[in-house]
Design a protein around this ligand. Structure first.
Ligand SMILES: Cc1ncc(COP(=O)(O)O)c(C=O)c1O
Length: 484
């Protein structure tokens, strides 16, 4: 027993017992997840259970674990279920519980200093270089997700283009407008990064796409020229490797050429699509990605590391360090001792305190290996085409976009109905699929029309889950339209 009060257990045997039981509850949850509804929204009782006042006194672990099991676990998002197809969610793994335990046991801060956890992140950075064919001195950082990775990448791009004095003077002292380019299908996190960086969302030019939802490079070239003629400063072109709506991949090699010819930073948003490099047959789809100045992607999406873990990969690590480095007196490095291990990770991004996300990424890649993860990615693409074929074959279903990767957008269309009614009908079908716990697709708009959007970044999905989805869409659509 400690000789003064601490937050450590008075009885380690009790804690050990409680922790083992909690681990079993967590594993039971994952093992039984596919047998439960895809989604059960929190009930009124559950919502009320989270309105208690701030606790002055503590509660036993077992009682809290029971509450977690009854009030939280059953009401999850559903992305560990095989029939979850919404937005872009990875499906995680039960093995992912293991590194979380060790990470919590170490309670490491990877902002800097000289300790083994940093070696793990350095190894992950090296593996990312290898994965994407980046040079041996490229750098990077593990972050929460692609949104933050994008922000870091575009800050490095902005500071390089405008000059580092901008870090002191701010944009207001800079004459001329900095502009960047992405397709109209690019994810909103890019425009948000422009906003946060003080460039303004209008400075992100939205380039139209071709019939396959890929950026139209002719228009891109014309817009760069027009901006130059108007004395604006083009500084970055952003390609998507897997757009959020339909999974389109911009012509990355051509974008790399255009960036090079125009002296622009080339950033790639590969949130989920970049992961195809792990599949030998699909990898060539993202040819040109290896020429990017920066790449943002997620481990928590199509690679299935448990949330959250994203990554920013930088061709020139110094561009990233120059955009973020701050070493005040109280963070000075040293040649030896704990303050060694320079440069510190805090010099490469906005966070000083950084948890040990690297451990779960490292563990996941080590445990599953890239071949197995790549095979799951390949199967999801086959499944997206299987669903497409079912849709095309049925007279009451309409395909709304070509299937290039892992996303199938379609809708129920019984005919004799206006576009507005079809939008409302399909939105209702999706809600009912979710509320009945049958499946969880999401919706989007394709060419203005509301689509049932089925995103396959799920290693648990079986072909029969997609057959069931088609049946359920048809039967709910039939119920909703019965009697006109
Ligand atoms: C293409 C694309 N880019 C960026 C993001 C943002 O990623 P995150 O949610 O990890 O910040 C997403 C999320 O789905 C995405 O699909």
């Amino acid at each position: 027993m400690a000789d003064h009060p601490t937050l450590d257990p008075e009885n380690w045997a009790d804690l050990r017992q409680n922790a083992h039981e909690a681990l079993d509850l967590a594993l039971d949850h994952m093992a039984g997840r596919s047998g439960a509804p895809v989604w059960q929204g929190p009930t009124r009782r559950v919502r009320a259970a989270f309105t208690d006042a701030l606790p002055g006194e503590g509660t036993e672990i077992r009682a809290i674990a029971d509450r977690i099991a009854s009030d939280i676990l059953p009401h999850d998002v559903g992305n560990t279920h095989p029939a979850f197809f919404g937005w872009v969610h990875g499906s995680g793994t039960p093995a992912g519980l293991v590194p979380e335990m060790f990470g919590a046991a170490m309670n490491a801060n990877l902002g800097g200093r000289d300790h083994a956890a940093n070696l793990v992140e350095h190894q992950v950075i090296g593996w990312c270089r290898e994965m994407f064919g980046f040079p041996g001195d490229a750098g990077g950082l593990i972050v929460s997700g692609t949104s933050v990775a994008t922000l870091i990448a575009l800050k490095a791009a902005r500071d390089k283009a405008a000059g580092l004095h901008l870090r002191d003077t701010g944009l207001k002292r800079h004459d001329g407008e900095f502009v960047g380019y992405a397709s109209i299908e690019a994810h909103s996190c890019i425009a948000r990064a422009f906003d946060i960086l003080g460039l303004g969302r209008d400075a992100l030019r939205a380039i139209p796409v071709d019939a396959n939802f890929r950026m139209d490079t002719k228009i891109l070239r014309a817009m760069i020229e027009a901006d130059r003629a108007a004395s604006r400063h083009p500084f970055a072109v952003i390609g998507s490797a897997g757009t959020v709506n339909v999974g389109a991949i911009d012509p990355l090699a051509e974008l790399a050429d255009i960036a090079q010819e125009n002296d622009l930073w080339f950033h790639v948003d590969g949130a989920f699509g970049a992961s195809v490099v792990l599949n030998a047959a699909l990898g060539p789809l993202v040819r040109g990605i290896e020429r990017a100045d920066s790449l943002a992607f997620d481990f928590h999406k199509w690679m299935h590391v448990n949330y959250d873990a994203g990554f920013v990969l930088m061709r020139d690590a110094e561009d990233q360090r120059r955009a973020f480095a701050e070493r005040p007196d109280y963070l000075l490095g040293a040649e030896r001792g704990l303050a060694a291990g320079n440069p510190w990770f805090c010099e490469y991004g906005p966070e000083l305190s950084r948890g040990f996300r690297a451990l779960k990424v490292w563990f996941h890649l080590l445990h599953f290996g890239t071949h197995r993860i790549g095979a799951m990615i390949g199967r999801n693409c086959e499944q997206a085409r299987l669903l497409r074929d079912r849709v095309v074959a049925h007279p009451q279903l309409a395909l709304l976009a070509p299937v290039g990767l892992n996303i199938t957008c379609f809708r129920f269309d019984p005919g004799r109905t206006s576009d507005a009614d079809l939008d409302a009908l399909n939105a209702e079908i999706v809600i009912q699929l979710q509320e009945r716990g049958l499946a969880a697709p999401s919706t989007t708009r394709i060419d203005g029309r509301l689509a049932i959007r089925v995103n396959l970044t799920n290693h648990r999905t079986r072909d029969r889950d997609l057959e069931d989805l088609v049946e359920n869409v048809l039967s709910i659509g039939g119920e909703l339209t019965a009697g006109g």
